[in-house]
Design a protein around this ligand. Structure first.
Ligand code: ADP
Ligand code: MG
Length: 377
């Protein structure tokens, strides 16, 4: 991958910078500026080298959302930031033409044009004609074959941005863990996590499976999981994974009946889950076993909450977060929900690296690369 730092001449050059400005918004205002801050290093690098910086990004949602609130919030961090209410076409070209060296322009949400997600070659061409050089700094979309991810790099000489480089460097350390190593894969949707689970089991000394994922494994082991969330995956795939002695599943669980909150829950042995009960968290023995593994580990990788945290089943997740935060291990955390929970606990800063990649992180770990990274080669 070529780096933005390898671009020899930037002075006066229009650079198309695909960046990650998909910040959470409420009532037309950005409510968390973490993503915006992550975008700054590459913007500042290009600006200080007197490029004409053209920012492109998306807002996830229905495809009708606007980046204008991001423009307002980012204006406070990027002096003189300019705005264009479309991403391509005449008006966008005119806005780019009026830029001087060192100016920064933000174009409207790419996904307002359905051709972005369709990877339409015409759309890629319209974007590419705005600039001479392309820089990819949005790791979180690099698993998607969208026009601004894989289309544009076929048309312009393309480079990795500073934040993307840092993300790839950090995640690559997770693919060569130092022994003793522990991976914790939890959360929901077995199908999205199965590839990463398989890869990590070949790389890590211990792989703990928690959250709703564990329910599938407990069921495959022959336990009744009552009314728990399961993904309905066929047993042979699970039993094959379970044969691997590195795979660890919960030894006790926290259960509650439908509609009951965490105060009405009880700890149950695996053979004591009743028909109307749901497994909503890992039990205390499981959490203690995990803490012991964390304490002896040199590398810890964690994705996915251990319980239904949004409904208050946070105990095991909190215990694990505190153990990792207090350990000397090289620690990596990733996944939208996991990061939210650990951030709310005020512990994100105690991890060696926190990935904002979500699906991109899982795919990178599973396959060792992503379409959007390949496109920069
Ligand atoms: P991440 O975004 O960190 O990758 P996921 O999206 O895979 O994590 O999983 C998060 C979701 O998993 C949360 O909504 C959480 O409530 C749910 N979850 C975790 N454990 C359970 C459980 N035992 N039962 C139901 N849902 C669970
Ligand atoms: Mg999630």
């Amino acid at each position: 991958m070529r780096s933005v730092r390898d671009i020899e001449v930037l002075e006066g050059i229009p650079v198309l910078l695909r960046t990650s400005l998909n910040a959470p918004m409420q009532d037309g205002k950005v409510v968390d500026d973490f993503r915006l801050k992550s975008a700054l290093p590459t913007i500042e690098y290009l600006r200080s080298h007197h490029a004409k910086v053209i920012l492109i990004s998306h807002v996830s949602g229905k495809g009708t959302e606007t980046l204008y609130p991001v423009y307002e919030a980012l204006s406070k961090m990027v002096r003189g930031l300019q705005w264009c209410p479309v991403a391509t076409g005449k008006e966008a070209r005119a806005a780019v033409r009026s830029l001087s060296a060192g100016d920064v322009l933000l174009l409207e949400n790419l996904r307002r044009d359905t051709r972005e997600e369709a990877n339409d070659p015409e759309f890629a061409k319209e974007l590419a004609m705005l600039a001479d050089v392309f820089v990819q700094d949005s790791f979180d979309v690099c698993h998607r074959e969208h026009a601004s991810v894989v289309g544009v790099p076929t048309l312009l000489s393309s480079y990795a941005g500073l934040t993307l480089e840092a993300e790839v460097a950090a995640l690559s350390t997770a693919l060569s863990p130092k022994s003793p190593s522990l991976a914790v894969i939890a959360g929901a949707k077995f199908s999205t996590k199965e590839p990463v689970l398989r890869r990590l089991i070949s790389l890590y000394d211990h792989v703990f499976v928690g959250g709703a994922l564990a329910n599938d494994f407990l069921r495959a082991k022959g336990y009744s999981v009552g009314a728990s969330l399961v993904s309905g995956i066929e047993d042979p795939r699970l039993t094959e994974l379970l044969k691997n002695p590195k795979l660890i599943t919960p030894v006790d669980v926290v259960v509650a009946k439908h509609g009951e909150d965490s105060t009405a829950s009880r700890t149950a042995a695996l053979d004591d889950i009743q028909a109307g009960e749901m497994v909503l968290d890992a039990g205390p023995h499981t959490a203690a076993a995990l803490v012991a593994l964390v304490n002896q580990a040199r590398t810890v990788l964690w994705n996915g909450p251990l319980g239904k945290t949004e409904e208050g089943f946070t105990t095991a997740t909190k215990t694990l977060a505190q153990a990792i935060a207090g350990s000397k291990a090289h620690s990596l955390l990733g996944g939208g929900d996991s990061v939210d929970v650990v951030d709310d606990l005020g512990l994100a800063g105690d991890f060696s690296f926190v990935s904002t990649g979500g699906g991109a992180m899982l795919d990178y770990l599973a396959y060792g690369t992503l379409p959007g990274l390949q496109a920069l080669k």
